[in-house]
Design a protein around this ligand. Structure first.
Ligand SMILES: Nc1nc2c(ncn2[C@@H]2O[C@H](COP(=O)(O)OP(=O)(O)O)[C@@H](O)[C@H]2O)c(=O)[nH]1
Ligand SMILES: [Mg+2]
Length: 201
């Protein structure tokens, strides 16, 4: 079992277009989800850094693809959050296109970590992204975020609902309860990233 040190992760670059990325080697794992789903907090928890992926109370501001280097040939990628209500339509469309192009064209992309607020899982955009991932053969690891907001019983119920829906069309369904606040699911997330890295490096 490879064990990777995540707390040395550093910001590498941002891109507003996939043709600007110009790094074609190594393994990339992208974090995807609605704005406010807890993406930046999850990346901060994963790497045990307070401000690596800045999280803000003003979601939707992050309209770029942000690359973080874990080790020399392994990156995690913070994709723009989708579905931010206050975001103007034109920007929303541009973001959707950016995300779509990234998922369709990015060769180093080997896995998706999809974050969904445990209280509102599998919304419209989530379903679209899952369909694209299936179509592109990109494995998905699902985090049901902010699980600290629910009782254990409610968490289990939400988990079952998501699992039941997804097992119909996903060959393997990987779902974890996650909380950045309570540090739940972080070692499971690290283990999955280790597996993907080992598999594709
Ligand atoms: N209760 C709870 N709130 C969280 C957790 N993670 C993030 N949040 C809150 O959810 C909001 C959005 O978080 P952020 O990481 O910026 O989400 P992003 O827009 O997906 O990057 C912030 O107000 C966070 O404080 C968590 O594990 N538990
Ligand atoms: Mg964010």
């Amino acid at each position: 079992m490879v064990s990777i040190v995540y707390n040395k992760t550093f910001f590498l670059k941002s891109a507003s277009n996939i043709s600007d990325i110009n790094i074609e080697y190594g393994v990339e794992i992208a974090f995807i989800g609605y704005s406010n789903s807890g993406k930046s907090s999850a990346i901060n928890s994963l790497t045990n850094q307070k401000k690596l992926a800045r999280f803000s109370k003003n979601p939707g501001r992050t309209q770029l693809i942000n690359f973080f280097q874990v080790i020399s040939n392994f990156r995690i990628v913070d994709l723009p959050g989708y579905g931010y209500a206050k975001c103007p339509t034109l920007i929303q469309l541009k973001l959707e296109k950016l995300i779509y192009n990234y998922l369709k064209k990015r060769k180093p992309l080997k896995g998706l970590v999809m974050l969904m607020d445990i209280r509102h899982p599998l919304k419209v955009y989530d379903q679209c992204i899952i369909n694209i991932a299936i179509d592109q053969n990109i494995p998905i690891f699902i985090l049901l975020t902010k699980c600290d907001k629910l009782t254990l019983r409610q968490q289990k119920k939400q988990f079952e609902i998501v699992y039941t829906k997804l097992k119909v069309f996903l060959q393997e369904v990987h779902i974890e309860l996650f909380s950045s606040f309570k540090k739940i699911g972080i070692t499971q997330l690290q283990s999955q990233l280790n597996v993907w890295y080992k598999q594709y490096k």
